[in-house]
Ligand binder design. Sequence first.
Ligand SMILES: [Zn+2]
Length: 172
Amino acid sequence: MASGKLVVLDRTGVLQPPAEHSLAWVADALARLSNAGFTLVVASNEPGISTGDLDLDELEGFHTRLSELVENRGGTVAGFFYCPHTDAEQCHCRKPKTGLIDAIELEFATPANDMVLLTDQRCDLLLAEATGATALVVLTDQGHNTQVNYQGADLTTCANLAAAAEYLLAHY
Ligand SMILES: [Zn+2]
């Protein structure tokens, strides 16, 4: 896969679809990107694993369902990376710390400045700043809050995941 076309997606909000959309709708957007040559990787903070609020089987079940839906459309999700820790555990992978991006750089031999972080969360904006990646904000409810609270920065935003896919297809 050519470098420069690696998209790192947050899970909650971006992939876990808002009420008006189905997971199939999410898979449609991802498959369009994958079929156009983008490498798609999911990288999420999952502190619920550590606290017991999120079952690992549940998380992996979501990964499997999403992968299958994208594969049914001829695409692929290349990898799932997550931090299972809480803030208190002071790990190196909880975003905006760079551990997940470091791992993705290694696995896909792609420098962070060739990555686009597709997100609605502030931690990914900080992570983009720290690593040299580009952030693209999806305007979920959380994304609107993130945009409002992230003053002084020039943020590129998209209305939803489908619009983000259009943007990436047009600009990369
Ligand atoms: Zn961690």
